[in-house]
Design a binder for this molecule. Structure first.
Ligand code: ATP
Length: 941
């Protein structure tokens, strides 16, 4: 790797690949300190010609494949300078945010500036200068003052304020190039920025020194602690940890460990955190995050403590939400409240229920990113080991008791043949009845266990699958039909219904078959041999029929999915079908597909007919075989009681084999349904554990050379878009239909990933961020936003719960308050799925209220106010302005975009114009002017 030292005149051009800039401290003898990363200059950018201060030197290091070209003089054009300045400014930005009321200036704009008014600029690199007054900027240190006429760089979220009025003029680097001021301004700004970076470097070195000192002290303390332990002198935890730091993390981890089980993955406290979390709820969230566990709040139903909802985290009501966590585990038909750390049972049943809040937390271990269908079942049935052991135990008891039937029957009938005493017979008969009674009781217990086990596995598997499904990216749902997907997921329930009781029967029948086979072998090896042959023939039958049934089921399932999916589509498109008068055609289509699905399903059922025939024939064939052997090779060799015992044992064996054959075929028939779940399991979830938490976003959004097409070979819908939206700005995106506006929004929300370039939130690459955490900070109204069935309040709250005051406030901001006041039930008014009882404008305002209720830092509206009248729309615009959020609004109507700080005009996936309403209208040949003129004409018509 080449390292260039930049210390003297000329400058360098970055070619082919980006170069990284570092600061190094030089000491006597030229020894360098560690490198401090400054910025990455993209290819085509300039490494400016600036020396360090003497103590610090600047290093430029090209990335692999890149090189630096020494420039004899300034480069042609301003682009190289812009790339460098944007990167350098990013290096010193820190946490400085423009004030909420900062005005956004665009290149070419002149604005009157009262004293103290703040300005920020766009595009990403622009310059401002004061006329008739000076400009002041602050980059974290003391204020810097710039004299009248001196160009001041505003890159990204930089801002300045005017000191005593006058005017402020903005211009681009191209403007400065034309006036011959660019290169001296670039030099001055680069020097200024590097001084600031140097200050950061000093601070970082000082911090490093402090942390090394602290680490050394920590090491010393650890050695001292170890010595104390060795000498048995260690005291309570408070002695070692006087501040009780991490106490909440410890308790949270213990609770999660108890509730989530070990499951092969450890529950770990967050690494590298020293601050005590605000409350236990926050600690639980942090530990869950670091252990890759998913949390979900659940509302507990009436008498919940009687029903098994799986292990839960409960929150004590007395101490207040988030302060005390307990574990709720179900045992012996009721929930128990367990102390997470000691494992002590604190209360059970209703008493436990009364002590915890009705909102509990469910903990879900997610599937690993790469998983299989068996892994889903393993995870879904975690904790079911006890059930399985109990089932095996009960099955063994039933099979052992079943032995009594042939043995005692043999003895009774044998004794009858010998005419022994009647009292002996009575005792034997009584024993047989008792064995039957016990077997029946054990059978009931086994069935109940089985039912519980089945329910638990189905519930657990559904939870695992839905957890995975909800984390899949939106494009997964674009490719898979919703009806088909829902039917696939229901496969778990279908399979459970088909197999209900079958598994248990299979277990007990297999054990019975083995026991009876052993008895037959003991009494007569010849008959044992014949029985073993019969058992092997049964297994062969399972293999043959199973193969047929699996093949037919695989053919039948797609037909069934298609029929269900068509049904869904017809119901959701009923209005369009009626308008087109296509009811008959729709019915014919549905009928054709349903009939086909039914016929393929009947082919599966055909196997059952074969099984019924086998069920009729097998016992008779068995009897024939038995009598042939008894009357043939075994004639006169058996004692009467063995003869009768053999008879009964053999018939029981045949019965068990029949159950095994039919049960196994049913299990095999269910397998293709379960195998289909891999559609969901194979999807790669959006949130992978290595994505970073973005923290509280301030709302600056940047698109850097973003390109995207719907599919690898599809044409580009977004083509090389670079755009910067300063935090708090109101940016409108306009353009002809199909030009890619909504797609741009989908990229910003992470619903799609750019095939080229990146999207940044506050300079953090969205590709590396936890998308859920980003979206939680956004308020979004999409073009196809839907209301769901529920009350207006539910619809405004969405997935969260808010107080009535917050709901009414959101309704007021969305201009919905008067409509609500007119409704007799107010916010408790029920709306159907899709919001059919509300007008289109009212539906839009409910969606807007939903987007505003959590006071987001960023608002994205895609044609969100298209159905509102001008007055209501203005009201919405005004109230969203008061939120001081970054607003990105896609709209066709001019009235919606007129007051935007920046209007971005798109055409065929490219940004073709940017500016304010006034500047764009002034460009009479521009697309915006054409769009506006067309709209005015159509409004006049
Ligand atoms: N899911 C998709 N699959 C394939 N192509 C798509 C998909 N969604 C949109 N497109 C295509 O991408 C292009 C841009 O669509 P987009 O919805 O982003 O445009 P738009 O500017 O928002 O249009 P409008 O103003 O009509 O809403 C269009 O050509 C559209 O056909």
């Amino acid at each position: 790797m080449t390292i260039e030292t930049v210390t003297e005149g000329g400058g360098y051009l970055v070619l082919d690949a980006p170069s990284d800039l570092f600061l190094v401290r030089t000491r006597a003898g030229g020894i360098r300190s560690r490198r401090h990363f400054v910025a990455r200059i993209p290819a085509g950018g300039l490494v400016p010609d600036v020396a360090g201060t003497g103590v610090w030197r600047l290093l430029a290091v090209p990335l692999p494949g890149g090189r630096l070209d020494r420039l004899p003089g300034p480069p042609d054009g301003a682009e190289a300078a812009d790339l460098a300045l944007a990167a350098l400014a990013g290096a010193v930005r820190g946490d400085r945010e423009p004030p909420r009321d900062a005005r956004v200036l665009y290149a070419g704009q002149v604005e009157a500036a009262a004293a103290g008014v703040a300005f920020t600029g766009t595009p990403a690199v622009c310059w401002v200068r004061g006329t008739g007054g000076r400009l002041i900027r602050n980059d974290g240190g003391p204020d810097e003052t710039f004299d009248e006429g001196v160009p001041v760089l505003l890159a990204g979220r930089d801002w300045v304020r005017s000191d005593r009025g006058g005017a402020v003029e903005a211009c681009s680097s191209d403007d400065l190039l034309r006036s011959g001021e660019l290169w001296s301004a670039v030099h001055d700004q680069a020097v200024r920025l590097l001084r600031l970076v140097e200050r950061q470097g000093e601070a970082a070195d000082a911090a490093l020194l402090t942390s090394l000192t602290a680490r050394a002290a920590g090491n010393r303390a650890a050695v001292a602690r170890a010595t104390r332990i060795a000498s048995g002198l260690v005291g309570a935890r408070t002695a070692a940890d006087p501040a009780g730091r991490g106490e909440r993390y410890r308790r949270a981890a213990a609770a999660l460990r108890l509730v989530a089980g070990s499951g092969g993955l450890p529950v770990v406290e967050p690494a590298g955190r020293r601050d005590e979390p605000a409350d236990l709820a926050e600690a639980v969230r942090a530990v869950a995050r670091s252990s890759s566990l998913h949390l979900r709040d659940v509302q507990l139903p009436e008498n919940w403590w009687k029903h098994d909802l799986g292990p839960l985290l409960g929150w004590r009501t007395v101490e207040g939400a988030g302060t005390t966590v307990v574990c709720l585990t179900y045992r012996y038909g009721r929930y128990r409240e367990v102390d997470p750390e000691t494992g002590a049972v604190l209360a059970t049943g209703r008493a436990a229920a009364d002590r915890v809040a009705r909102t509990a937390t469910q903990v879900q271990r997610p599937l690993p990113v790469e998983a299989s269908v068996p892994a889903v079942f393993r995870l879904g049935s975690a904790g079911g080991g006890a059930d399985l052991a109990a089932l095996a135990g009960c099955g063994t008891i039933v099979a052992a008791l079943a032995l009594a039937a042939p043995i005692i029957t043999g003895r009774v009938l044998g004794a009858l043949a010998d005419r022994v005493s009647v009292s002996g017979l009575t005792w034997s008969a009584l024993l047989l009845v008792a064995c039957g009674g016990v077997a029946a009781l054990v059978g009931v217990a086994t069935n109940l266990r089985m039912l519980r086990g089945e329910g638990r596995v189905e519930y657990g598997v559904q939870l695992v699958l839905w957890d995975r499904l909800l984390r899949l990216p939106v494009r997964f749902f674009r490719d898979a039909g919703s009806g088909e997907l829902a039917n696939t997921l229901l496969g778990v329930t279908f399979a459970r219904e088909a197999l209900s009781g079958v598994i248990l029967l299979l277990i007990t029948s297999s054990l019975t078959a083995v026991t009876m086979l052993a008895l037959v072998w003991t009494l007569s090896p010849a008959l044992g041999l014949a029985s073993t042959g019969l058992a092997l023939a049964s297994l062969l039958l399972v293999a043959v029929l199973g193969r047929v049934v699996v093949t037919r089921q695989r053919r039948a399932l797609p037909a069934e999915h298609k029929a269900v999916s068509t049904g869904h589509q017809l119901i959701s498109g009923i209005t369009k079908i009626k308008l087109a008068g296509a009811e008959q055609r729709a019915y014919a289509r549905w009928f054709e597909q349903t009939a086909y699905a039914r016929s393929t399903l009947n082919q599966v059922r055909g196997v059952q007919a074969v099984l019924r025939a086998v069920a009729t024939v097998l016992p008779i064939a068995g009897q024939l075989l038995l009598f042939t052997i008894l009357a043939g090779p075994l004639a006169d060799t058996l004692a009467p009681e063995d003869f009768f015992a053999l008879n009964v044992a053999f018939l029981m064996l045949v019965g068990a084999l029949l159950v095994i054959v039919s049960g196994s075929v049913e299990v095999l028939a269910a397998l293709p349904r379960l195998a289909e779940l891999k559609l969901v399991v194979a999807g790669v979830p959006e949130r992978t554990p290595d994505r970073a938490d973005p923290g509280d976003l301030r709302g600056a959004i940047t698109l850097q050379e973003v390109g995207f097409g719907y599919g690898p070979d599809a044409p580009r819908v977004i083509d090389d878009v670079t755009l910067h939206v300063p935090a708090g700005a109101f940016v409108a995106i306009v353009g002809p239909s199909g030009c890619g506006k909504s797609t741009l929004l989908r990229l910003l929300l992470g619903f799609e990933s750019p095939s080229q370039g990146s999207v940044y939130y506050d300079n953090q690459d969205l590709a590396e961020l936890d998308l859920q955490a980003v979206r939680r900070q956004c308020g979004v109204v999409l073009q196809d936003g839907q209301l769901f069935a529920g009350t207006l309040r539910d619809n405004v709250c969405g997935a969260a719960s808010y107080s009535l005051e917050r709901v009414l406030e959101a309704a007021r901001l969305a201009g919905l308050d008067e409509d609500i006041a007119r409704l007799p039930m107010g916010v408790a008014t029920m709306v159907p799925h899709g919001g059919g009882t509300l007008s289109v404008g009212q539906r839009q305002r409910v969606l807007i209220a939903r987007a505003l209720i959590h006071r987001p830092r960023m608002l994205f509206f895609d044609e969100a106010t298209s159905a509102l009248d001008n007055r209501t729309q203005e009201r919405v615009t005004e109230s969203t302005r008061q939120l001081s959020a970054t607003r990105l609004v896609i709209a066709h109507r001019l009235s919606t975009v007129r007051h935007a700080d920046l209007i971005v005009v798109m055409e065929k996936g490219k940004v073709v114009q940017q500016g304010t309403f006034a500047t764009l209208m002034a460009e009479r040949d521009g697309l915006f002017h054409q769009l506006a003129r067309r709209q005015l004409v159509s409004e006049e018509e």
